[in-house]
Structures are given as structure tokens and as C-alpha cells.
Design a protein around this ligand. Structure first.
Ligand code: SF4
Ligand code: SF4
Ligand code: FES
Length: 517
């Protein structure tokens, strides 16, 4: 375990740790372009040069291992001169189109220029080498060749992570171009990640570019709900509109990456057709109702017996807990469903065939899944059916079964096909509009946080169910999702001992898959 000193501060690190990593642990920033913790070390940008005592030349911090007694200076005059020189070199042919570049606000050239350089350019703009601008290279990515600082992060990602190698460098000297390999398109299922790791505006996202300046956007930590992997993400929003998803580091789940389908799934959360207020069926049509009236109309039916409750795997752990509580209180049959298209894309990296975020959560809570729905729908005495985020008509063409049920309650985010059969419709928010937890395919329980408000009078799922339970006089009322989770953790073995605090930002594996107590 070597002990080294960086800028006068001592730190002990494990064998093999590099200077850039050791500095990071001390909270000391060493500027860098080519180094990325999820990729091999290329050592080509030289931005991370530091002075190390007793070595004749400056060394790159990204590829120098800490040794015992090493003394490193990251802000010495020699280091500063080198940082300025490297930046001047990188900017020699850079087009400086910051005012019209969509990376502005999150560009490492801009940031490092302000932090480590601030010299006037010695190269007049017309003398710069010009290259191709705004070249679409795949469905999600656009390339501006003259903004590229040749760090090779994107090339290494495609060589080492996706093993698809669509991009490479061509030509020599200041005519080097990053470009597609002949005949290739950047269309692998993880292509969007190259945009996230490009430190400058050379690779931008065709969906996001020019839609919002990043400094206007607010970020919220969440979990992707588009498959059972539960990749950790950040939701970027402004004034209630979601603009993009980006991956958030979690070594135990997705490392630094996410798939393109998950990245684009933000669109599904805010499309047309959202339900915005409770509805109760009148003689023929739906009539707008209130959050007092609609749950009361449901509660009046629940006491009559013959109740079935269907919860589907997009529902959060907190929602299935409340539905289980309701089912136990009114002696209802409970069935869980976890539907995915039969030919759903999946691979052995991140993407799972199960396109639901919480199938495992339902399992761990003991919600009966396989075959339970058929049994429930086939029950002769079924008189009242609650469908929670379960669009039976769309998935099963179960229209005739739904017509047979005398009283149908639908809780959903969208005016789904099933809702047309409903007597009462309660509008619920998506996971971007609520706090809660999902349990991923491997049993890791992970928090998602409310990024935006549900539209109109829609409520987060746990809150809508809380209103329903209150109307039915079941249990106590909850004022936040966390309180529901506390009760779930107290009641259900696999979640025992967990709290939102213990889940933190990275989640926590559910305990041994004990049956719920
Ligand atoms: S496009 Fe971006 S990530 Fe790729 S080499 Fe150029 S600067 Fe690096
Ligand atoms: S792999 Fe699954 S959880 Fe991860 S980003 Fe893709 S769809 Fe979302
Ligand atoms: S980050 Fe070290 S050489 Fe590029």
C-alpha cells in the first residue's frame, strides 16, 4: 500500500492505483480528456501532465502508478505551463464555435480553457484546418469532425465495450479525421454513450441537440424503467418537460452506460393521451370526478366481495405493497402480470428481455405471477376488478372478459384501451413523476425520485392507492412514498432492514429471497 503526497496532502492507496485516481480521492482535479474510468488508458491527450519530484520530465497522471514516497504537484508552475501548452495545441485548429455548439455548458474544452489557459489564440481563424461539420453517423449521433480533440474515447468505447468498432481515425498530422469505418453506420444498441463520453462537441445527440441549453435543465437521480436491468440514470428536465436521460454510474448495475432504447424511453413518459383527472362513468360517458368522489365510489363496491386486483410489473414496490394490503383487507384475489413482447430485444450486456422494471419486486413480495391472472379472470364470482397499470385489452385482447366484470377500476397513466371498459378511472403518474423503488432482475432495490409533477390532477401511484385505501378504511394514511417503503421493509422479509437512506444512490440487494412474512 504505497503512500504518496499530492499537493502537500498525503494519501495511502492500493497497489496499482494511478495518480489521477489517487488525486480524485483527495478531491483534487487533474484535467483530462482521453482518460475515462470505464475504458482502457490511451494516454494520448497529455492534458493530465503533472510534476513528480525526482523524475526528469512531467508525467501523465492517468497512466502513472502511485509509488511509495512519490511527491506530486498538480499546480506547480511547470505543470501550469504544460497545461496551457496542451490547450493551445488542442485549440490550434478548433473552430471555436461555442456560441452555436450544443455542447456549450458541458464542454471540457470550454471549461479547461477558462480554468487552465485563458491565452489569446496565435492562430487566425482563416488559417485553421477545416473539416466536415454536422455529419449524421447513425440514428442517434451526429459528428462534427473539426471539433474533435482526437481523444479516442469513442473509438475505445466501440472497440472495448460494444465490440462493434464503427469509428476510427484516418489520415495523419493535423488532417487526422475521426470517421466511420467504410460502409459502417453507428447504429449499435448502445450508440448514444459515445455522446456522453465525448468531452467536447464533436459528437452530439440528434434527439437532444438544440432543444435546450444544459444550464437551464435540472437533474434528478432515477432508474430507467424500460427493462428489468434498472440502469441508473439522471433525468434532465425543465419546467415539467423531460429533455433527456443520461446514464449515472453504478458499478453494480450499468457501470457508466445505458442502451439507446432506454435513453429514448423518456418520450414514452410524456406523450399524448395522459390521464389528467379521475373519471367516473355516468349513464353512458365518463364524467370528471374528484379524488374524494372517485375512490369513494370504488370503496362502496369493495365491501360487496368478489374483488380481483391485478398489478403489473411497471408498478413500484410501494404500489404493489399497498395493493397487497388492500387485497388482504377486502379478501380479494391478487394477480401480478409481467408482459413483454415475445421477440423483445435482449443481449448479454445490459438489455433484458423482461421489459418491466419491477418483475422481481412483485416476486419478492409474493405477488402470484404465472397463471394467476387466468385464474382470477376465470373466477365465477368476480364482481369488481381493479387493474393497476395493467392494460389487459392491449396485451391480451381481453375485451370480452372485461365486459363480463360488472365493475372495473383502472389506475393508469394513459387513457389505455382497457380504460374504455372502466367504471372508475384514476390517473396516476409515471415513475418520473413519483418517488419509489424498483427491484431489478438481480434483486437490487433501487430508488427513483420525482423529477416532474404528474399532469393535471394525476397523482403518484402510491398516493392514488393511499386515497383508495383511505376511502376503503384500510390501514393508516401515508404522506410520502418513503413511509410506505418503511412499512414494506417491516413486513416483507426480502426488504427487511432497508430504508431510503440505506438504499442511497446505488441501491441495495434484497435479502435472501425469503417468502414474505
Ligand atoms: S469525437 Fe469526441 S470522443 Fe471521439 S475522439 Fe473526438 S473528441 Fe474524443
Ligand atoms: S438496459 Fe434496460 S434499464 Fe438499462 S437503459 Fe436499457 S432499457 Fe433501460
Ligand atoms: S488524460 Fe492522461 S493523457 Fe489524456
Amino acid at each position: 500500500m504505497p503512500t504518496l503526497e499530492i499537493d502537500g496532502r498525503k494519501i495511502q492507496v492500493e497497489d496499482g492505483v494511478t495518480v489521477i485516481r489517487a488525486a480524485e480521492r483527495l478531491g483534487i482535479e487533474i484535467p483530462h480528456y482521453c482518460w475515462h474510468p470505464g475504458l482502457s488508458i490511451a494516454g494520448n491527450c497529455r492534458m493530465c501532465l503533472v510534476e513528480i519530484e525526482k523524475t526528469p520530465k512531467l508525467q501523465i497522471a492517468c497512466n502513472t502508478r502511485a509509488t511509495d514516497g512519490m511527491v506530486v504537484h498538480t499546480t506547480s508552475e511547470k505543470t501550469k505551463v504544460a497545461q496551457r501548452a496542451v490547450l493551445e495545441f488542442l485549440l490550434v485548429n478548433h473552430p471555436i464555435d461555442c456560441p452555436v455548439c450544443d455542447q456549450a455548458g458541458e464542454c471540457k474544452l470550454q471549461e479547461y480553457y477558462m480554468d487552465y489557459d485563458r491565452q489569446r489564440s496565435r492562430v487566425p481563424l482563416p488559417a485553421k484546418v477545416h473539416k466536415r461539420k454536422a455529419k449524421p453517423i447513425g440514428p442517434l449521433v451526429i459528428l462534427d469532425q473539426e471539433r474533435c480533440v482526437l481523444c479516442s474515447r469513442c473509438v475505445r468505447f466501440l472497440d472495448e465495450v460494444t465490440h462493434t468498432s464503427e469509428l476510427a481515425f484516418y489520415q495523419r498530422g493535423d488532417h487526422v479525421d475521426l470517421d466511420l469505418a467504410p460502409g459502417r453506420t453507428l447504429d449499435n444498441p448502445y450508440s448514444g454513450n459515445v455522446v456522453d463520453i465525448c468531452p467536447v462537441g464533436a459528437l452530439t445527440n440528434r434527439d437532444f441537440r438544440f432543444r435546450a441549453r444544459v444550464w437551464y435543465l435540472e437533474r434528478t437521480e432515477s432508474v430507467c424503467g424500460a427493462c428489468a436491468n434498472g440502469c441508473n440514470i439522471e433525468i434532465y428536465q425543465r419546467e415539467g418537460t423531460i429533455y433527456r436521460f443520461q446514464p449515472r454510474e453504478n458499478d453494480g448495475v450499468n457501470r457508466y452506460w445505458m442502451c439507446d432504447a432506454g435513453r429514448m424511453s423518456y418520450r414514452d413518459l410524456q406523450g399524448e393521451g395522459r390521464l389528467t383527472q379521475p373519471l367516473v362513468r355516468g349513464a353512458e360517458q365518463f364524467a370528471p370526478a374528484t379524488w374524494e368522489g372517485a375512490p369513494a365510489a370504488v370503496a362502496a363496491r369493495l365491501g360487496e366481495g368478489g374483488v380481483g386486483i391485478v398489478v403489473s410489473a411497471p408498478a413500484a414496490n410501494e404500489e404493489s405493497f399497498l395493493l397487497r394490503r388492500l387485497a388482504a383487507a377486502v379478501n380479494a384475489r391478487l394477480a401480478g402480470v409481467s408482459w413483454s413482447p415475445a421477440d423483445a430485444f435482449h443481449d448479454d450486456f445490459l438489455v433484458k428481455a423482461d421489459k418491466n422494471p419491477n418483475t422481481q419486486g412483485l416476486r419478492l413480495q409474493g405477488v402470484p405471477l404465472d397463471g394467476a391472472l387466468d385464474e382470477l379472470l376465470g373466477a365465477k364470482d368476480l364482481r369488481t376488478l381493479i387493474l393497476h397499470r395493467s392494460d389487459l385489452a392491449a396485451w391480451r385482447g381481453a375485451g370480452s372478459a372485461l365486459e363480463r366484470v360488472p365493475f372495473l377500476i383502472v389506475l393508469d397513466a394513459n387513457l389505455c384501451e382497457t380504460a374504455q371498459y372502466a367504471n372508475v378511472v384514476l390517473p396516476v403518474g409515471t415513475y418520473a413523476e413519483s418517488d419509489g423503488t424498483f427491484t431489478n432482475h438481480a434483486g437490487r432495490v433501487q430508488r427513483f425520485r420525482q423529477a416532474v409533477a404528474p399532469p393535471g390532477e394525476a397523482r403518484p401511484g402510491w398516493q392514488a392507492l393511499d386515497a383508495l385505501l383511505a376511502a376503503a378504511r384500510v390501514g393508516v394514511r401515508f404522506d410520502e412514498a418513503e413511509a410506505v417503503f418503511v412499512e414494506l421493509a417491516a413486513e416483507c422479509g426480502p426488504f427487511q432492514g432497508m430504508s431510503y437512506a440505506s438504499l442511497g444512490t446505488a441501491g441495495q440487494p434484497a435479502g435472501p429471497a425469503n417468502p414474505p412474512r
